[in-house]
Design a protein around this ligand. Structure first.
Ligand code: TLP
Length: 371
């Protein structure tokens, strides 16, 4: 029987077994051979007692890489964000975030459910908030207002097409927030992609954020896991919230072992994913009926198929019948995400399928207008 992973140990999926090119998300990658080996050999202990040496190593390395005091291994990015919001807020406060942010739109209202907070979303063109946009939305203590408790930033911004904050813009937000006594939490699910784009380290670009959540299970290719990093005091409290949320995971060194490889080895290859996204975006923007409404900086391409006359469900179905998976994200917009398991050949195959679907729709539309 064939192994379900590439023999060179970097790619996750065996292309001979997966004829589909899956660009729905960078969450779909499968663990590499090196990760699987490390998982099999991981030294483990009960992490609720703090006795899993591999988890302890991962948390320590994450803290070092981000130049923060401590780290906390959590099963998901959602749990990391949830804990961070709880750490920095009190019931009845507001959290300032961008209107298309993950924390506001895709976490089942956890900030309300767990922390008793309301989101104060700010709409932007490109997902990137500035301090000048945030400041007027900061609400003071007042007889009618829920006061602001936290500023939440997403870097890269997922649904805005993987857009990146400059280190200077993010520093300005942190400095402004801190002056007002507010904390800043960074949803850095893809912060290594941001650092790759900026040619800076993650420590440099997140230096002034109070907490950072980053995912091992997206561009970095681990099967499971995220980390929350911040001060030792915050992380110690965060550990209690993790337990409350059911995230005390016992002999979880088997996952942390894969996470260590993701953290140490995978950031260096993210530039490839960015090149593939550029290739796809360039070709897409030349197809009839398709627009790419943003600059592609990292591994995400959001594109608008409004001009094809197809719904995103129809577009997805036609792509799927050609062996390519890409999802709609609302209205006439679709999102594709490049990753470890999508080679250049896979992306070229996806482009052929995209071109066929777009051309088919255009031919139909012109037949309709002739009739
Ligand atoms: N993003 C997923 C979906 O939930 C949309 C994806 O396919 O992109 N922050 C950001 C910016 C994210 O993109 C995600 C996941 C999370 C947090 C949550 O991570 P998980 O899925 O581990 O809870």
């Amino acid at each position: 029987m064939k192994a379900r992973f590439a023999p060179h140990g970097l790619g996750g999926a065996d292309p001979s077994q997966t004829h589909l090119v899956d660009l729905r998300s960078d969450t779909v990658t499968r663990p590499t051979l090196a990760m699987r080996r490390a998982m099999a050999e991981a030294e483990v202990g009960d992490d609720v007692y703090g006795e899993d040496p591999t988890v302890n190593r991962l948390e320590q390395r994450a803290a070092e890489v981000f130049a923060k005091e401590a780290g906390l291994f959590v099963p998901t990015g959602t749990m990391g964000n949830t804990i961070a919001v709880k750490l920095h807020t009190q019931h009845g406060q507001e959290v300032i975030c961008e209107a298309r942010s993950h924390v506001f739109n895709y976490e089942l209202a956890m900030m309300a459910w767990f922390s008793g907070c309301l989101a104060r979303p700010i709409r932007t063109q490109d997902g990137i908030l500035t301090w000048d946009e945030i400041l007027p939305e900061v609400r003071p203590m007042h007889s009618h207002y829920a006061p602001t408790g936290l500023v939440e930033i997403e870097n890269t911004h997922n649904m805005a097409g993987g857009s990146v904050y400059s280190a200077e813009a993010l520093n300005k937000i942190c400095d402004g927030a801190h002056e007002l006594g507010l904390k800043v939490h960074l949803d850095g699910a893809r912060v290594f992609n941001a650092a790759t784009f900026l040619c800076r380290t993650v420590a440099e670009i997140t230096a002034r954020c109070d907490t950072v959540m980053f995912c091992l299970s997206k561009g970095l290719g681990a099967p499971v896991g995220s980390l929350l990093v911040g001060t030792a005091k915050d992380i110690a409290r965060g550990r209690l919230y993790r337990k409350r949320l059911g995230g005390g995971m016992r002999q979880v060194g088997v996952l942390a072992a894969a996470g260590l490889i993701a953290l140490e080895e995978m950031p260096a290859r993210l530039g490839q994913d960015h090149e593939h996204a550029q290739l796809l975006a360039g070709a897409l923007s030349r197809m009839e009926g398709i627009q790419v409404p943003h600059k592609v900086q990292t591994n995400i391409v959001v594109f608008d198929i409004g001009g094809t006359g197809l719904t995103t469900a129809e577009f997805s179905a036609r792509l799927k019948s050609r062996g390519v998976l890409i999802n709609g994200i609302g209205g006439t917009r679709m999102r594709l995400v490049t990753h470890l398991d999508a080679s250049r050949e896979d992306c070229e195959r996806a482009l052929t399928a995209l071109a066929e679907v777009a051309a088919g729709a255009a031919a139909n539309a012109s037949k309709g207008s002739e009739a």
